[in-house]
Ligand binder design. Structure first.
Ligand SMILES: [Cu+2]
Length: 476
């Protein structure tokens, strides 16, 4: 009985929270690297009384100094301000949380361990003191980042003590955090985030190259062709959506709308010298991709292309007859294709670089008994922020495309574009680009244009004189 009374008294002395009608929940101390001289304490406070409660301070045997802080935005920069008190209105709840109010816990007397219990006494203006057992925890950094992603702040209460998280989030706000717009695929996002994108790509091609040389129409005629392409443009409107399933896996869907136009010239026979234009337009192949994050710097991509695009597009020929258009004018492959990709990006204080590798394999022939060749691509770039919202990039692309396999039953021998052996190429292009991040928003704009600097092709084959991409993306 004596013991029971002792316990009862102890309970009443040490835990005033019953009497004061102040509830404390989720009292957490952020576990920091051993080198850190300070950390932060977070908790949920509920004032269950009909009068205002004013928190005026906190004390602990474990920390030599504790302050009440508020993180607040000053222009573009997040700052911490010392507060002398925090008022909690009657019958309300108040969260001390990252990027808001917190206890700044300074000068710990000892190493802080994970899941350690540390007692902190909260003092109120009314004279009440409440002992709270805080538990040290590794904060879910993704959760914290998510809280921050919505504003354009630099969270200084997170980069104390050399925390990497602050750096990572600063990086995310950089214009060069995202890849140049011409680079296929992207980076993993924060869990549960959705991003919509639109990209316009345009490419202009001339005729023609063979090996590393330019060739003219008489060369093409000399090979026995009665027609030659003179000019081709390809415009692509790519709509994409991305969803981050979790920290490791982001899913992506991309659907292009493609417009192609090709001009041909008759080299011999009837109508020699006559030019003729054909065109095709429609949706291309739908792609579904998964990005698997290896680290903050790198990810793998597995992309499946689903044959939703037409591969038997027709247009009128010179004589007005509706005919199937040659291979380069088709909108889809007609086959299920898989692309494996790897991306890497390193971000430094005032520049960044990255590279991406892609390999596409076509597994089967389409119902017209042909398939595009396999393809390997490598892109590398360096980028430099010019301002907080604008960065400049310079890059190199290498693409290695195989010839077409099989033969379409609609093919003819009049033009090299219908020849399966005139499609393979090795092409190196250089490009320049700009990335723009609209301040205080989650919308980014990118533009990138490139020209070939080296080509070795099986030809005669059309070759691009330039390509440009303009892209928008917006995070929800
Ligand atoms: Cu602080």
């Amino acid at each position: 009985m004596k013991l029971f009374i002792k316990i009862l008294i102890l309970v009443f002395l040490s835990n005033n929270s019953f009497a004061s009608n102040i509830g404390i929940d989720n009292a957490t101390i952020r576990l920091m690297p051993a080198s850190a001289k300070m950390t932060a304490g977070y908790f949920d406070l509920s004032n269950q009384e009909n009068k205002e409660k004013v928190l005026v301070g906190a004390k602990s045997d474990f920390f030599k100094h504790i302050e009440i802080h508020q993180s607040m935005k000053d222009g573009d920069v997040m700052k911490m301000v010392k507060k002398n008190f925090v008022s909690i209105p009657p019958n309300s709840e108040f969260e001390f949380k990252p990027m808001g109010y917190h206890l700044m816990l300074m000068q710990p007397i000892d190493k802080i361990l994970e899941n350690q219990n540390i007692k902190i006494t909260l003092s109120f203006a009314s004279g009440e003191n409440i002992d709270v057992q805080f538990v040290t925890k590794k904060m879910n950094k993704m959760k914290m980042a998510e809280m921050d992603m919505d504003n354009d702040s630099q969270c200084s209460d997170m980069d104390m003590g050399g925390m990497k998280m602050g750096d990572m989030m600063k990086n995310m706000k950089r214009p060069d955090y995202v890849f140049p717009v011409g680079v296929k695929g992207g980076k993993n996002m924060m869990p549960k985030r959705i991003m919509f994108g639109y990209k316009f790509g345009t490419m202009d091609m001339d005729c023609c190259k063979d090996s590393t040389n330019s060739v003219n129409n008489s060369f093409i005629q000399g090979l026995g062709f009665s027609m030659a392409p003179t000019d081709m443009t390809m415009d692509m409107h790519m709509f994409s959506a991305m969803y981050a399933l979790n920290n490791k896996i982001s899913l992506m869907a991309m659907l292009p709308y493609i417009e192609k136009e090709m001009e041909m010239i008759k080299l011999s026979g009837m109508m020699t010298g006559k030019k003729h234009k054909t065109s095709s337009r429609g949706i291309g192949d739908l792609s579904i991709a998964g990005l698997y994050k290896i680290s903050d710097k790198s990810n793998f991509k597995l992309q499946i292309s689903i044959p939703t695009g037409e591969f038997d597009e027709k247009d009128h020929n010179m004589s007005g007859v509706l005919k199937t258009l040659p291979y380069p004018m088709q909108l889809g492959s007609g086959t299920y294709d898989a692309t494996l990709g790897y991306s890497y990006q390193e971000i430094f204080n005032n520049w960044s670089y990255g590279f991406q590798l892609n390999a596409t394999k076509r597994f089967d022939y389409n119902s017209e008994d042909w398939k595009y060749g396999d393809r390997r691509e490598a892109s590398a770039w360096v980028a430099k922020p010019i301002s907080k919202s604008l960065s400049f990039s310079f890059g190199l692309d290498i693409e290695h495309q195989d010839n077409i396999k099989g033969k379409s039953s609609n093919r003819n021998n009049m033009t090299p574009t219908w020849n399966e052996y005139f499609h393979s190429h090795l092409r190196v292009s250089s490009n320049v680009g700009l990335n723009f991040k609209i301040p205080n928003s989650k919308t980014r704009i990118g533009i990138q244009c490139g020209v070939p600097i080296y080509e070795d092709v099986d030809g005669p084959q059309m070759d691009p004189d330039f390509k440009c991409n303009l892209g928008f993306s917006s995070m929800m």
